[in-house]
Design a protein around this ligand. Structure first.
Ligand code: ATP
Ligand code: MG
Length: 423
């Protein structure tokens, strides 16, 4: 087998997300493997470890629940290495988690075929990743390869580029909305750096308002549990075509819009009853938190999406998404702008809002919502595409990239492209 055939056979993708790490080889097909991007540092001084002789510094993946000690310092021992897609430069605990999840994935999917001599790994990072992130991600792979021989070559690409690649759209605007934030990247062959905009609003903010709604409805104790809040959000949260109309309809006919969630494996049932209209606030908050109704939540102390400062411009955490697209496109050459509006791609789990069949008159999906918002700003004819399984499109782009970039193309720090060969 020649080297490029080998590379295509052993293509491997990694999408480092704030909440979830998506990873795995080309043989998985459409859906990657997925674990939470977190690690647990057990207290190895405990007597159990002395008896069993086990030395485990960082636990990741599905093993975590078996190590959880019934302790109050759980939050100190559980490390979530990323904030808005970024790992702090000198946060060694965080980097050790990145190392462990990377190694976990590669070892889990190591091929047993006799010709296997390591993967061609494409890793995807946030578009706003500083250079040290690239350096350290390379180092992590070097270390894993030294120990296991599982990485033949590695390269790194920005997440929005991965999406454009997976959709085969060289000219487009990609909105990548994950747990931490939303990256808006005009792309013309490569992301146009000076036009990129990041809004500090993502799935986590939808969790925050969901928790607030739970509290207001008497489920304050449940609102403490991050994982549960996320489940409730994904189950009852809806994106309204028009918030005011949706609220009005739901108040007139609460039964049709009733938000009920039964916590799996327990006897707990969450029921918003008369307040079921509040489910529309969850989806709307992601797309457009400028509606006055959200003011009252902030006034009562709900944390507001923070502003981000990039260079000398400040991007408001509560900017609506249509304004953000327009702002990003307007930073591109005028001649290019019409082509960018023609192709808007939505990816990331925070765009995966569902549309119950019986509510189609009031509820829309993410693509329809953005289109409506653009129309209202006077920009018609925008084609908005929601990628299939939006949470996985970055990973799919990584696989396509591993397959497409020839082996002789070596990593170059100026171009930020090519393979770094490890063995
Ligand atoms: N069906 C759904 N409805 C609403 N939200 C969803 C749905 N499915 C997933 N999400 C949300 O998407 C987020 C995770 O998406 P994704 O995996 O793209 O983020 P990430 O890659 O971990 O984060 P980031 O890209 O910001 O670093 C979570 O907040 C999750 O609750
Ligand atoms: Mg992501």
């Amino acid at each position: 087998m020649n080297i490029d055939a080998y590379r295509r056979k052993y293509a491997y993708g990694e999408d480092y997300g704030t909440s979830d790490f998506k990873f795995g080889p080309i043989t998985l097909g459409e859906v990657p493997d997925i674990i939470e991007n977190r690690g647990y540092m057990p207290d190895t001084s405990s007597i159990m470890y002395k008896i069993t002789g086990e030395v485990k510094r960082v636990v990741v993946g599905p093993e975590i629940p078996f190590y959880l000690e019934a302790r109050e310092d759980l939050t100190q021992r559980m490390v979530y290495p990323m904030r808005n897609g970024i790992v702090e430069k000198n946060d060694e605990r965080a980097w050790s988690v990145i190392y462990e999840i990377t190694k976990y994935g590669l070892q889990k999917h190591a091929s047993k075929t006799s010709d296997f001599n390591g993967f061609y790994v494409t890793a995807a990072l946030s578009i706003i990743s500083p250079k040290y992130m690239y350096e350290r991600i390379f180092e992590v792979h070097e270390r894993v390869d030294e120990e296991t021989g599982l990485v033949k070559a590695v390269t790194i690409i920005p997440q929005p580029l991965a999406v454009a690649i997976a959709q085969k759209k060289p000219t487009c605007v990609v909105l990548e909305s994950g747990h931490g934030n939303t990256q808006i990247s005009p792309i013309s062959r490569y992301p146009i750096r000076r036009a990129i905009l990041t809004i500090n609003r993502g799935g986590n903010d939808a969790n925050i308002i969901t928790a607030e709604i739970l509290k207001d409805n008497g489920y304050g104790d449940l609102a403490q549990e991050e994982k549960l809040v996320r489940m409730v959000k994904e189950s009852i949260g809806l994106v309204p075509r028009d918030l005011d109309q949706a609220i009005q309809k739901a108040k007139e006919d609460p039964d049709r819009f009733r938000a009920v969630f039964k916590v799996p494996g327990t006897k707990i049932v969450i029921d918003l009853g008369e307040n079921s209209w509040m489910r529309f606030l969850i989806g709307e908050y992601i797309f457009d938190p400028t509606h006055e109704i959200f003011e009252s939540y902030w006034k009562r102390g709900m944390p507001r999406p923070r502003d981000v400062k990039v260079g000398d411009t400040i991007v408001s955490g509560v900017m609506d998404m249509a304004d953000a697209i327009i702002e990003a496109v307007q930073r591109c050459p005028v001649e290019l702008q019409p082509y960018l509006y023609r192709e808007v791609l939505l990816s990331g789990g925070n765009f995966a809002w569902k549309v119950p069949e019986e509510m189609k008159d009031v509820v829309v999906d993410a693509a329809e919502k953005i289109k409506l918002m653009m129309d209202r700003k006077g920009i018609g004819g925008v084609k908005v595409t929601l990628t299939k399984d939006p949470q996985y499109s970055v990973w799919r782009g990584c696989i396509v990239y591993s397959v497409a970039v020839p082996d002789e193309y070596e990593w170059n720090w100026e171009r930020m492209e090519g393979w770094l060969k490890l063995h």
